[in-house]
Design a protein. Sequence first.
Length: 264
Amino acid sequence: MISSYNLHTGTAPLLVSIPHAGTAVPKEISDRFTDEARLLPDTDWHVDRLYDFAADMGASVLVANYSRYVIDLNRPQDDENLYPGKATTGLIPIDTFAGDAIYQDDIDPDMAEVIGRIDGYWSPYHTALEEELERIKPIHGHAVVWDGHSIASHVPRFFDGQLPDFNLGNNMGKSCATDLAEAVLSQAQAATNYTAVLNGRFKGGYITRNYGVPRDRVHAIQLELSQITYMQEAAPWPYLEDRANAVRPHLRRMLDTCLNWTPE
């Protein structure tokens, strides 16, 4: 069994969390998947590669190794819906973003299996995240969490039309200081040929909402990057160098903004 995550310990007050780029699935789980689910269509493909410059900037980088179909690290343990009244997927997804069943014959994991996955995959990632923030804060006086995600530009089940390219979220201003969010949004809006929004369809998942507590000197912001900006949005989901190389400098400038920011 591989580790549930990889952690690079940095020197800056920035922690980049990448919880959905993993593709590992234990055989005893994948054997129960449908053929469609085994393709892992809802992966945040290549996001760790997109941010491979972050460590050189001094950031700590935490990357999950297991697929979100094993367990979704950006959902709370109690599986509370983060977007009440709207369609979403849960802690242990049982259907894809397209609404197709993940498990053959619709035989979903029972509670004992759910608890086992929480203990084996969810808890180690979150323990590592918490411990890294506790290491960073005394050194720098504060910490910033950048929760890096990507999503297909069109997912009719969850939103109408095409998503903006940069979908920033800070839980409607609750998870990070207003001036930090506005500075990051300004960088995103300055990116020629791209579109950006703050707290649009995506306001931040569990990681942003749980760890972003400004009064505790932790500020968190999530970016859902539209996959059309850097990859082919169809299997086998290849990384497109030209597109990726165009968007990466904008990602770097947003991270620079987080690195250079200090609380008032």
